[in-house]
Design a protein around this ligand. Sequence first.
Ligand SMILES: Nc1ncnc2c1ncn2[C@@H]1O[C@H](COP(=O)(O)OP(=O)(O)OP(=O)(O)O)[C@@H](O)[C@H]1O
Length: 309
Amino acid sequence: MNGMMNKMNKRVLFIYNPHAGKGNIKSKLSDILEIFSNADYEITVQPTKYKRHAKELVSEKGTEYDLIVCSGGDGTLNEVTDGLMLLENRPHVGYIPTGTTNDFASGLNISKNMIKAAHTTVEGEDFPYDIGSLNDDFFTYSAAFGAFTDVSYGTPQATKNVLGRLAYILEGVKRIPSIKSYHLVVEHDGETIEDDFIFGMITNSTSIGGFKGLSGKKVILDDGLFEVALIKMPQNPLDLQLIISSLVLRDPNAKYIYSFHSNEIKITSKEDLPWALDGEFGGEFKEMTIRNHKQAVTFRRDKKVPTIK
Ligand SMILES: Nc1ncnc2c1ncn2[C@@H]1O[C@H](COP(=O)(O)OP(=O)(O)OP(=O)(O)O)[C@@H](O)[C@H]1O
């Protein structure tokens, strides 16, 4: 065996969704593979063929690789994370965003330029990232409930600014009785809250239009805590207007919005509560536990990422 052969011992599994975004990845494939090859990886390439395929690939074959590089939108990334969470020894993950919304990538300062992002997957720094779970499903940056989520999934623009979108929807609601609310019991950190809520968001991201600096602190992506915001049912048109303004201004009004940090939240609802996980439909439940799995998956991010601690 010559020296070159000896160097070829790292293995990368490259999973990409050929349809994500506008299918732009196709023209860059050769350049991307060359970047992996120059970094001395042995390469396995797998375009996804159907929904959940990425999860299957990772859960069945993930442990055979040192690195999994995933390319697609937030949906594909979410599937890769789902698959990884089923493994005990998780390979590290690189991400080349190609979807129309790439909230996760901006949170980790991963470039929207595919070639730059490909370099980051092999040259970037390792960043252990908190992963969330809602009952048996996982999410990377957000879990949201409420009538609003019905509108959100399927509309690609929705996650770009979740609260802005919610403000827009509420603006369109002419009468209080037409707003759907859920009576919930929320337990966290030894506290119990019981109230009627129209919307809630549990997030681990600085970039989904959430309340930045909600608690006077920035969201930290690896501290084991989520940022939680629960919006109460407005009682009258003035309440509704104040909620809308506070969403538009991203300035939470404590009278209408509960906000706190937590690593485990238990929610009980009398009726099925619909969820969106990372912007996609995530099921309906009456009882749910949301947990933060601290630093569960190690992503490669740009070394130049400004430190947010
Ligand atoms: N070959 C395929 N055919 C049909 N669906 C697929 C295929 N490959 C992946 N998918 C599914 O398509 C969904 C959307 O994928 P993804 O999020 O990667 O792209 P996108 O929708 O363009 O991006 P974004 O959600 O950011 O707009 C995912 O749930 C994924 O499982």
